[in-house]
Ligand binder design. Structure first.
Ligand code: FPP
Length: 244
C-alpha cells in the first residue's frame, strides 16, 4: 500500500538530552564541558530536524530537579543557556525557528530573562519550526501551576463543574502546542523524568544508546524510521493516523 510506503514523521519531536556528563567524563573533561558540547549538538539537531520538515521540536534543557546538582554545574548551565541563545538567536531566526521557553521562567537569572524577552519580541519573518526549550520545567510543577490558575479563575466552583481534559489544557504553559508524538531519550536511560507529563499520554518512546553530544544524523534517522513503523492506537482498536 502506498500509504505504508510513505514515511510517517512525528508532528512534534521531543528530546531528553541525556549523557552530557558521561560524555565529558569519558574524555576527562568537566561536566560543564559536556553541557557545552551538548548545546552545540542541539544547534546541529535543529538543522537536521528542519530538513525533515518537522514543525514542532522540544528539548528538556533544565528540570525543576536539576537545581539539586552541584553549584558549579548549575552555575555552568545557567551561564551556558543565555550565552547559547545570545550567540545563536539571529541564526535560529534566519532559519525560521520560533523559540518558546517553557517553565517557571521568573526564577531564572536576569540575563536569561532578558534574552528570552528579546527572542519573544523578534520572531522569525518566515516561521518554519517551533522549538520549545523546557527550562526550569517539571511536568508535575506544570500541572500544579495549571490547578492554581484554574482556582484563581473568577468562578472556580462553576469551572469545577465544567472542567474537561480539553479545558484543563488551557491552563498549561502552552495550550496551543501539539502533544509530542515521539520522545527520544539519549544515553540509554528509559524514563520520562518529569518531562511533558500531561502531554506525553500517547507519545511513542525511542531510546538511543548514544550520549547526547554524540547523537548524530544517523541516530536521528534511525529514531524516525522506527517511529514510522509504529502503530498508534490511542487506546482504540484500529491504527489511527494523526499525522498532518
Ligand atoms: C543531562 O545530561 C542533560 C542536562 C541536565 C542538561 C541538558 C542541557 C544541554 C544539552 C545544553 C544546554 C541547553 C541549551 C538549550 C542551550 P547529564 O548531565 O545528566 O548526563 P549524565 O547522565 O551522563 O550525567
Amino acid at each position: 500500500m502506498a500509504q505504508t510506503e510513505e514515511k510517517r514523521l512525528p508532528r512534534h519531536l521531543a528530546f531528553i538530552m541525556d549523557g552530557n556528563g558521561r560524555w565529558a567524563q569519558e574524555r576527562g573533561l568537566s561536566r560543564s564541558a559536556g553541557h557545552r558540547a551538548g548545546a552545540e549538538r542541539l544547534r546541529e539537531v535543529c538543522y537536521w530536524v528542519l530538513d525533515y520538515g518537522i514543525r514542532h521540536m522540544s528539548v528538556y534543557a533544565f528540570s525543576t530537579e536539576n537545581w539539586r546538582r552541584s553549584k558549579q554545574e548549575v552555575n555552568g548551565l545557567m551561564r551556558l543557556i543565555p550565552d547559547f541563545f545570545q550567540r545563536y538567536a539571529a541564526e535560529l531566526r534566519e532559519l525560521g525557528v520560533t523559540v518558546h521557553f517553557v517553565g517557571d521562567l521568573e526564577e531564572l537569572s536576569p540575563s536569561t530573562q532578558k534574552i528570552i524577552e528579546k527572542m519573544r519580541a523578534t520572531p522569525p519573518d518566515q516561521p518554519e519550526m517551533d522549538l520549545y526549550i523546557c527550562l526550569n520545567y517539571g511536568g508535575r510543577r506544570e500541572i500544579v501551576r495549571a490547578v492554581q490558575k484554574a482556582l484563581r479563575s473568577p468562578d472556580p466552583l462553576a469551572l469545577a463543574d465544567q472542567l474537561t481534559e480539553e479545558r484543563f489544557r488551557d491552563f498549561l504553559y502552552l495550550p496551543g502546542m501539539p502533544d509530542p508524538d515521539l520522545i527520544v531519550r539519549t544515553a540509554g536511560e528509559q524514563r520520562l523524568s518529569n518531562f511533558w507529563l500531561w502531554q506525553a499520554a500517547y507519545a511513542e518512546f525511542y531510546y538511543s544508546p548514544a550520549y547526547w553530544p554524540d547523537f548524530g544524523q544517523a541516530d536521528l534517522a534511525q529514531a524516525l524510521e522506527t517511529y514510522s513503523h509504529r502503530q498508534r492506537r490511542y487506546g482504540g482498536e484500529k491504527s489511527v493516523d494523526a499525522h498532518h
